[in-house]
Each structure stands twice: as C-alpha cells, then as structure tokens.
Design a protein around this ligand. Structure first.
Ligand SMILES: *[C@@H]1O[C@H](CO)[C@@H](O)[C@H](O)[C@H]1NC(C)=O
Ligand SMILES: *[C@@H]1O[C@H](CO)[C@@H](O)[C@H](O)[C@H]1NC(C)=O
Ligand SMILES: *[C@@H]1O[C@H](CO)[C@@H](O)[C@H](O)[C@H]1NC(C)=O
Length: 343
C-alpha cells in the first residue's frame, strides 16, 4: 500500500511539475500526454466513450470526470502497460465481459461514482495484478461467488455507499490476500456465517452505517488477521460477546484475553447497557459488573456507542503481540463472560 501511495504521489508530482508537455499524434484531442508518454490525462474531456488514441506506453490513464457509459469487451488492447486506470465520476453502467481483460499489469482501478449495478464474472477477468479496486458510490445490490473471481492479488476493496443488501456465502473466497474491505454505508441487515470465509489476510473490515441487527456468532471466525472492525451506526440491540470471542487469531483465541493487553476501553453508552444473561446478572448495569467483563489494566480500544453498536478497534492484537511475553499468566483468566448479552 505504501509503495502504491508513493507511486501515485510521484505521478502527481511529475504531472504537476511537468513543463515540457509532449503532444503527439498518439494523443487524443482533450488529453494531455506527458512524461515520455507514460501519463495520459484526459480528465474532464467530455468524452462519452473511451478514447481511441492513447499512447501504448501509457502507465497511468486518467479518464475521470467524463461521460463514458460503457466499457466494451476487450478494451485497452493497445494499452497493456497500464498500471493505474482512473474512471471515477463517469456514467458507466455496463462493463462487458472481458472489458479489462488486457490489463494484466493493472494495479489500481478506480470506478467510484458510476452506475454499476452488477459484477459479472467477465468483469474481473485478467485483473490478476490488481491491488486496489474502488467501486464506491455505485449501485451494487448483491455480491456473489463470481463478483470478484479473478482478483487473486487484491489488497484493498472499497465498496462504500452502494446499496448492497446481500452478500452470498463465499463471495470473497478468491481473495486470500485482501487486507482492507470497506462496506460502510450499504443496506446490510444481517451477517451470516461464511460470508467472510477465506479472508485470512483481512486486517480492516468496515461495516459502519448499515442496518445490521443480527450477526451469526461465527461470522468473524475466519478473520484470523483482523486488527480493526467497525460496526458503528448499525441497528444492533443485542450483542453477544461470543461473536467477538469467535474472532480467532494466531496469537489468541479469546477476545477477553486480548482485552487484557489493551490500553483503554470506551463505553459511550455505558449507563444504558444492561446485562441480560446469565440470569444471575440480569438487568445489572454493565458498569456494575465491569470487573467481571475483564476491563483490565491495559486496554486499547473497544468502543460501544450510544446506538448500542460496537466499534472494536482491535489494535488490540498488535498491542497484544508486543506485550505477549510480559503477560503470559494473569489472575482471573478463566472468568467466563461469554454468556453476557447486553442491551
Ligand atoms: C448515462 O448513460 C445512460 C445510458 O446508460 C444514458 O441514457 C444517459 O444519457 C447518460 N447520461 C449522461 C449524463 O451521459
Ligand atoms: C472509498 O472510496 C470513496 C470514494 O472514492 C472515498 O471517499 C473513501 O475515502 C474511500 N475509503 C477508503 C477507506 O479509502
Ligand atoms: C438511556 O438513553 C436514553 C436515550 O436513549 C436517555 O434519555 C437516558 O437518560 C439514558 N439513561 C441513562 C441511565 O443514561
């Protein structure tokens, strides 16, 4: 990611600082071809379709802020060197099968702010080098097993602000290298186990701003590398701590063991949280039983907000790895809080 950022930054510097602009017969009217024809900038060129003449040496093609509505099959066949393709802010509703299939070196594809409603199998065909895919602000409603089929090397997937209400089991199953998954501001209502299967490298999962009211207990279980889980602004009224306990990591199998190594614990809606089970703790306020909820000396970040929604910033894990040796044996490790559901 850092390398990518530097790369993009470098491109920006180069393009901004470029004084000797190279125009050539290769360059379509409305485009600006620079840097030994490695950068082709056609932003705001009023294009309604992909330009014909883009220098074959182009590595960054910026087609943002145009009116392109279709990506025909086998596009970009003369631009196989592309590494960054920016298509945000167009009117793209159709990506024909194999539309990007010639872009075997493409690392970043930005399709944010378009009208894409379906991801067919042919959409990702050939994109084996892709590291980052941005599909924020489109019209996706469903993710299924073919949606991301060929994205074997993807690290960041941004699906913010679509209308996704259904994620089928194993939708992300080809993405064992994915590190960040952004699903905030969609229409998810429940999280079934199996939807995040195979995401063993996932570190960041953002589900904020959905309508999630119900989660199956083992839904986070496959996420063995997770360091940040954001569930803020959903409709969770009952939280089962077992759900979070099922987050398995290489270093620990129990959330509350992790909490011991964390620095701070924030409970915004502290006073309104009451315990429902076990019966012996029913209607007790969380604050009254908190010692049993193992808020130990060193806590980093667990946020439960007023809307009774939880943001587990599990920098926990990191913290724990560092302090692992220090705190191997601790008193009260076998207090079982797995039964506490809080309202
Ligand atoms: C967007 O694309 C649709 C067809 O998919 C077309 O009817 C509409 O005119 C386009 N809008 C703009 C602003 O280009
Ligand atoms: C996701 O994409 C949207 C639109 O491009 C952007 O505003 C947002 O910052 C992105 N999120 C992340 C985490 O990169
Ligand atoms: C619980 O929340 C409600 C609003 O949701 C608030 O009016 C009330 O004062 C809260 N109770 C406590 C004990 O904080």
């Amino acid at each position: 990611v850092a390398v990518m950022r530097n790369f993009v930054f470098l491109l920006l510097v180069l393009t901004a600082g470029s004084t000797s602009k190279t125009r050539s017969s290769w360059c379509d009217l409305g485009c600006d071809c620079r840097g030994d024809l490695k950068f082709t900038i056609c932003s705001r060129a009023l294009f309604t379709q992909l330009p014909d003449r883009v220098p074959p040496s182009t590595e960054l093609l910026d087609l943002s802020d145009n009116h392109i509505s279709i990506i025909p099959e086998r596009s970009f066949s003369k631009n196989r060197k592309l590494r960054v393709l920016l298509l945000q802010n167009n009117n793209i509703s159709v990506v024909e099968d194999g539309g990007f299939s010639h872009l075997e070196f493409l690392q970043k594809l930005d399709l944010s702010w378009n009208q894409i409603s379906v991801l067919t199998e042919g959409f990702t065909l050939g994109l084996a080098s892709l590291r980052e895919l941005l599909l924020a602000h489109n019209r996706l409603t469903i993710l299924d097993t073919v949606s991301f089929l060929h994205l074997d090397g993807l690290q960041r997937l941004n699906l913010t602000s679509n209308a996704i209400s259904i994620i089928q089991v194993r939708s992300f199953s080809s993405m064992s290298t994915l590190r960040q998954l952004h699903l905030e501001d969609n229409q998810l209502t429940s999280l079934r186990s199996g939807i995040f299967s195979m995401l063993r490298s996932l570190e960041v999962l953002n589900l904020a701003g959905n309508h999630i009211s119900d989660m199956e207990m083992s839904v986070f279980k496959p996420l063995v590398s997770m360091t940040l889980l954001n569930l803020a602004n959903n409709q969770l009224s009952t939280l089962s701590f077992k759900t979070f306990q099922s987050i398995h990591t290489y270093s620990t199998h129990r959330l509350f063991r992790k909490l011991r190594s964390i620095q701070r614990l924030f409970l915004d809606d502290y006073f309104n949280l009451t315990c429902r089970t076990p019966p012996v703790l029913q209607d007790y306020r969380l604050m009254d039983v908190d010692t049993e909820l193992c808020i130990a000396e060193t806590v980093t970040v667990l946020i439960i907000t007023v809307t009774v929604v939880i943001t587990v910033l599990a920098a926990m894990l990191m913290g724990e790895r560092k302090r692992k040796k220090k705190k191997k044996k601790k008193k009260g490790e076998n207090i079982d809080t797995g039964q506490c559901h809080c309202n």
